[in-house]
Ligand binder design. Structure first.
Ligand code: ZN
Length: 346
């Protein structure tokens, strides 16, 4: 699973504590048979200190089956990941806990699916609603879906939210900015996708568009690199460039904002990248995380962690036959801007 590239990286097992000390608190995670997907996600969750803080506040009085409780086990892993220790984290209990919740050990998983499943377990297995809502608010992109009947021009709209924004990519060169733009372009729903129109009283052809109600503190973008055909799935290895910082409102048109749009900042900085190396059938997950402590980038490949620079992160754009590609991007909203906006509205 780890692939032949593993030897290029530092092995924290053999190098001992001096390497860990140099990495200032970023700890690797042992790979227990195909756990690279969960490992990469854990690195990105742990880099989301807002989530770590929320789980820290959760002190349940009574949990029926501790071994099956994902939030409780996740709390334990976060503690271990933040402690200063010379060995990579052994998180077998957490993986066993996921296994009991049907995220099986020794199976290759899809990182976006597991990301959403873990957030779902946190919602279902935590008994404090305010903390559950705080976790959801962290990732929630609130959207207004507008359906425009093409037979009678009747317009219907409803609100919903996504915890990760699925972005379609083209088979040639892409930029994240273009992928975001195309997500918000209206799309015609025909044939099996027809929608029920209240005015026509039947399913009709409709144009569907999304409008933004609010943007989250942590924006998760999923680059849809796996495409299913009749009997096989192909991974798109094409180049998708992405910036270290961007302003969401400079990408989308003004008409993409809902009338209910809540202004609370739109400037984002990249904080983690989940990388997929390989092909659809067989691959390996790693992660780039931006460390709060020294404001540097680190590359986490299971048990090994090394400090890298931004150009290293950019090596996951893909293209030119490379199989190392960014698969999920996590951006953090600029808090200074939030404060600035808050002051302005006072
Ligand atoms: Zn209609």
């Amino acid at each position: 699973m780890a692939g032949s590239g593993q030897s290029r990286y530092y092995r924290s097992y053999s190098l001992g504590s001096h390497l860990i000390n140099r990495t200032q608190g970023i700890r690797g995670l042992v790979n227990y048979g195909f756990s690279c997907c969960v490992n990469a996600l854990l690195q990105s969750f742990c880099a989301t200190w807002e989530l770590v803080d929320i789980l820290d506040k959760w002190n349940p009085l009574h949990v029926e089956n501790k071994n099956r409780n994902v939030p409780l086990q996740l709390k334990e892993v976060f503690k271990a990941m933040q402690s200063d220790h010379s060995q990579p984290v052994s998180h077998h209990d957490f993986l066993k806990c996921l296994d009991k919740n049907r995220i099986r050990l020794y199976v290759q998983h899809d990182a976006d699916e597991v990301f959403l499943l873990i957030l779902n377990f946190l919602q279902r297995q935590m008994d404090e609603d305010t903390l559950v809502q705080a976790i959801l608010s962290l990732y929630k992109v609130s959207l207004e879906t507008v359906l425009h009947c093409r037979d009678c021009t009747y317009i219907q709209s409803y609100t919903s939210f996504l915890l990760s924004l699925p972005l379609h990519i083209k088979e040639d060169h892409n930029s994240l900015e273009d992928c975001i733009k195309s997500f918000f372009e209206p799309e015609v729903l025909r044939d099996t996708e027809k929608c029920y129109c209240e005015q026509c009283g039947m399913k009709t052809c409709a144009t569907r568009g999304f409008k933004i109600i609010s943007l989250p503190p942590i924006l998760c973008l999923h680059l849809k690199r796996f495409r299913s055909y009749h009997d096989y799935t192909k991974k798109l290895q094409c180049k998708v460039t992405f910036p270290e910082t961007f302003d969401f409102l400079e990408i989308v048109k003004e008409e993409t904002l809902s009338q209910k749009y809540v202004t609370n900042g739109s400037k984002y900085s990249l904080c983690a990248v989940i990388v997929h190396i390989g092909i659809a059938r067989f691959g390996h997950y790693t992660a780039y995380v931006h460390h709060k402590g020294d404001q540097s980038w680190y590359y986490a490949n299971d048990s090994s962690v090394r400090k890298v620079c931004w150009s290293d992160v950019q090596s996951s754009y893909g293209g030119d036959g490379r199989e190392k590609t960014a698969y999920m991007l996590l951006y953090r909203r600029d808090t200074q801007e939030q404060q600035f906006d808050g002051t302005e509205t006072l």
